[in-house]
Design a binder for this molecule. Structure first.
Ligand code: GDG
Length: 744
């Protein structure tokens, strides 16, 4: 990569420790993020900015805290690994990390609102620390750098950087879930968080659900509407998209194949399973989102429901210390300790105890050993952004048996559908899944794992990082085409000149809002005489094709414009007018059976929103709300989109937010695709494309580079040029036929 990459995350990817000789050393941390981005950071000139948490460096004997010299040395050491350490005071770390990040955002975003504290003080510290990060990046930033910010600790940073460097390339990835609007709206600083994120050019999430939640919140909180996940903000776009994080598959698969690992695996099994017994594993950071108590209770219920498994199965429970300064984690630790004690106390026999409990972090080699030596892995978080542990277990079982029981609340479930999927709140379901896992034939285990392993081998963490950066560069490239210039008198003359000089010309024109102004009653927007004359004169020019591309139904267009010698496209690209035979031709075979499901939903909105109406076209349904009270309409638009969002994907439909209309239509139908008939004809040396609303953006996007794309109105657009209104558009068209008289 030619450009310099600046990775930014809460922590740096190196752990500083003190070796046997008392010297400071740095080693790469284990864990998903460090291994996903490590190879990119290793490339020349890449930098990593993060908090250097001194409290994580072990203290020298007889020391209560690190002295300034040690801290200075640690920072130098990190800098030598191309890390930029950020210093935080104890108060800042408490407010920003323990406070706002882990006691407000983490619980709220994981559906634990009752654990979330909303405190002005910690919020202010969060803002201040994001500002420190911003300042540190500003010190090193060079034009052309790519900045990639990671996770929920730094959600304000994208916009802070955007204000300083308007044209910088900024990516953001959220590693935790984005909650649905009903949860998110509770956050007192919800607008600030969303605006902060929208400072990025590309915002990545693990799953489509999180993207959807984010888009809905942007609409409902900020009133911003997206176009296929992309927001137009001033003169740039901000795109939200899905990038499921993978793992370094071969690292796990290789590790368990080594001779030393095989020996360790045998020893582990000898120690942890009685004769013919099975080992079940549970390993993660100690966190309430991981559902550890519910899992223990389910295991207890299993042993009671299937007592034949007493002495035949052991649950190895490894919880890794995490966020020990946050109060809710203390209570959780206590309740897990008590539960393990009670279950072991009640069910243990002389030779066996059901749960082997460890509260510690373990080295990578041991983690792989334990993964491989376990017959069943229980991953039942109540909510988890992705969950890498579930993927790592499968990599450690490369080509072999082993059963994964996986919560449907983990992001990884979308990729690991051959696991035994459970609702983590349904104890009975977990009990039955454990039984099924323990009795599953080996060949079925291998078969199930194969499909999942195949995917994990391809979608590695490395691929994730490259895909994200590739998408970021694409967003940046598409922004280059966003600037629009108003067509003034000189430009109009040069366009007219180009038209006259060209050999073959095509004009692709939207109708409503481009050639005719809007009216309260869409049926009254009949073309006036001047427009008919203008279109007629244009179509009579030598070698000139005029095409009207409209969302309107074919009957209306045929009645209004059918006598002209022009091409027409109705319903955004469903029907094409044959101007010789005077018939409408279906562009491609289509199915309209979906209307049965959608019609009652739209009808319900018509009933509940006075002034609105439903229009039914051959292959789309439209909800019109131009004459409704604005506040009510805005609310209903959000509600309708929410209601539809869960069904449209399955039915292959898309929701189009037009000018005071919501249109539901097959996803494949859009004006951009329809316009290809003319765009692909390379003999046109003058191409003019004009439109006013969001449905026309796909035409601007698809138009060849030499096309003149013209937006009617002031909204942000992919078009290169713009005119103020319908009147100006008509003037421009008139100038092509030497008629500059006003059109109205
Ligand atoms: C957050 C999101 C999302 C754990 N204990 C030890 C150890 N680990 C390693 C695992 C794994 C990583 O830490 C944990 O990742 P998870 O994804 O399972 O969970 P979170 O820590 O909650 O991570 C999560 C993730 O970010 C990435 O986007 O998937 O949803 O919550 O790699 O192997 N590694 C070693 N010893 C341990 O004791 N060596």
């Amino acid at each position: 990569m030619d450009q310099r990459l600046i990775i930014v995350s809460n922590r740096l990817p190196y752990k500083v420790y003190i070796d046997d000789q008392g010297k400071l050393k740095a080693e790469r941390s284990a864990g998903g993020l460090a291994s996903a981005l490590g190879p990119l950071h290793d490339q020349d000139a890449s930098l990593w900015v993060g908090w250097n948490d001194h409290s994580a460096i072990p203290l020298l004997p007889n020391h209560k805290r690190h002295d300034a010299k040690t801290i200075h040395e640690a920072n130098d050491l990190l800098r030598s690994h191309r890390c930029i350490p950020i210093e935080l005071t104890t108060r800042e770390a408490k407010g920003y990390y323990d406070g706002f990040s882990n006691s407000t955002i983490w619980p709220l975003f994981h559906d634990f609102p009752h654990f979330a504290h909303f405190e002005e003080d910690t919020w202010k510290t969060y803002v201040a620390v994001n500002r420190h990060f911003c300042d540190a990046i500003a010190d090193i930033y060079q034009p052309g750098d790519i900045i990639w910010i990671q996770d929920y600790h730094l959600m304000l940073l994208p916009d802070m950087l955007r204000c300083l460097f308007p044209s910088a390339t900024i990516g953001f990835f959220l590693h935790i879930p984005f909650p649905d609007y009903e949860e998110f709206r509770k956050l007192p600083w919800r607008s600030e968080i969303l605006s902060g994120l929208l400072g990025a050019d590309l915002i990545g999430f693990h799953t489509y659900d999180y993207v959807r939640h984010f888009l809905t919140s942007c609409h409902r909180v900020l009133g911003r509407e997206d176009h296929f996940g992309s927001f137009l903000i001033n003169d740039r776009t901000s795109q939200a998209d899905v990038f499921p994080l993978g793992i370094d598959y071969q690292r796990f698969a290789r590790q368990v194949r080594s001779t030393s690992a095989k020996k360790m695996i045998r020893t582990f099994r000898r120690e942890h399973s009685s004769l013919k017994g099975k080992v079940m594993l549970s390993v993660e950071r100690l966190d309430y989102s991981k559902g550890i108590p519910d899992r223990l209770l389910a295991f207890e219920a299993f042993l009671k429901a299937y007592p034949e498994w007493i002495e035949k199965v052991t649950l190895v429970l490894i919880t890794v210390p995490s966020r020990e300064n946050v109060t809710s984690y203390h209570a959780l630790k206590r309740s897990i300790d008590e539960l393990v004690g009670r279950i072991n106390g009640e069910l243990s026999t002389v030779d066996w105890q059901p749960i082997d409990y460890y509260y510690r972090s373990i080295p990578f080699e041991s983690l792989c050993t334990i993964y491989r030596a376990s017959d069943v892995m229980l991953v039942t978080p109540l909510r988890d952004g992705m969950n890498l542990v579930s993927k790592e277990y499968l990599a450690a079982h490369d080509g072999t048996s082993g059963v994964l029981i996986l919560s449907e609340m983990a992001g990884s479930v979308h990729e690991l559908s051959d696991a035994l999927i459970v609702n983590p709140f349904d104890q009975h379901a977990i009990v039955e899944a454990i039984h099924k896992a323990l009795t599953m034939p080996k060949d079925e285990q291998i078969r199930r794992n194969e499909t999942m392993q195949k995917r994990l081998k391809r979608y590695t963490s490395d691929k994730w990082a490259h895909q994200f950066l590739h998408a970021l560069s694409q967003v940046k490239e598409s922004q280059q085409h966003l600037g629009t210039a108003r067509i003034d008198a000189a430009k109009q003359t040069s366009i007219a000149q180009a038209f006259r000089n060209a050999h073959r010309k095509v004009l692709l024109l939207d109708y409503d809002g481009t050639l005719m102004p809007f009216s309260k009653d869409p049926r009254s927007v009949v073309p006036d005489k001047k427009l008919i004359t203008l279109l007629k004169r244009l179509s009579e020019q030598n070698d000139t094709t005029v095409v009207i591309l409209s969302g309107r139904d074919k009957q209306t267009l045929g009645t209004w414009l059918g006598d002209l010698s022009i091409d027409m496209v109705a319903e955004h690209g469903v029907w094409f007018w044959d101007k010789i035979k005077h018939v409408w031709i279906l562009g491609e075979p289509m199915d309209a059976s979906w209307k049965k499901r959608i019609r009652p939903i739209v009808e319900d909105y018509v009933d509940r929103t006075p002034g609105s109406s439903m229009e039914e076209k051959d292959y789309s349904l439209v909800w019109h709300y131009r004459t409704c009270i604005r506040d009510l309409a805005d609310r209903r638009v959000c509600e309708l989109k929410n209601d539809l969002s869960s069904v449209v994907d399955d039915l292959g439909l898309t929701i189009m937010d037009g000018n005071k209309v919501i249109e539901i239509k097959p996803a494949s139908i859009e004006k951009g695709a329809a316009a290809h008939r003319w765009f692909r004809d390379k003999s046109y040396d003058f191409i003019l494309v004009a439109g006013d609303d969001v449905t026309d953006e796909s035409m601007f996007h698809a138009a060849p580079d030499n096309a003149l794309t013209i937006k009617v109105g002031n909204h942000a657009t992919y078009a290169h040029l713009s005119v103020e209104n319908v009147e100006h558009m008509r003037k421009l068209l008139s100038s092509l036929v030497n008629d500059t008289t006003p059109s109205n």
